[in-house]
Ligand binder design. Structure first.
Ligand code: FES
Length: 136
């Protein structure tokens, strides 16, 4: 990926919330989930490892009532926000596919797509979860 792709403004995601974003990845639509925790961001492909369905039933409704776990609306699998690991449900031990994102000048930027998209994957992206003090 030559240049980071802007996904949204950090301020478009409430602190503690999540947002679904559809990305055109070289002609293929790619549904992403972007989560915000303060000035940190996490992103995953919106595809449950159990049956491959999107997680949400309603737009941007990805979290359980505690706000601590993503929940799959199809069969109830639950995933940790910070690493996408499934901690309960039919795909326990599996995980969501992480996508590299970082924050710069108030924008949430995509740094790399997962390897399954034919691109490099960088789970240790030094820009991941970067804090931008200029964000309001
Ligand atoms: S499709 Fe997500 S838990 Fe079954």
């Amino acid at each position: 990926m030559e240049k980071p792709v802007r996904l949204c403004r950090l301020a478009d995601i409430s602190d503690g919330g999540a947002k679904g974003i559809e990305l055109d990845a070289g002609g293929d639509a790619l549904d992403l989930i972007v989560l915000r925790r303060g000035c940190n961001v996490f992103a995953y492909v919106n595809r449950c490892p159990h049956k491959g369905t999107p997680l949400e039933t309603f737009p941007d409704h990805f979290l359980d009532p505690s706000g601590e776990l993503l929940i799959c609306s199809t069969h109830g699998a639950r995933f940790r926000v910070h690493d996408g690991a499934c901690v309960a449900g039919p795909c326990e031990g599996a995980g969501l596919t992480a996508v590299g994102v970082f924050v710069s000048e108030g924008d949430v930027l995509l740094s790399c797509l997962p390897a399954t998209q034919g691109r490099e994957q960088s789970m240790n992206d030094p820009h991941r979860a970067a804090c931008d003090q200029r964000v309001a």
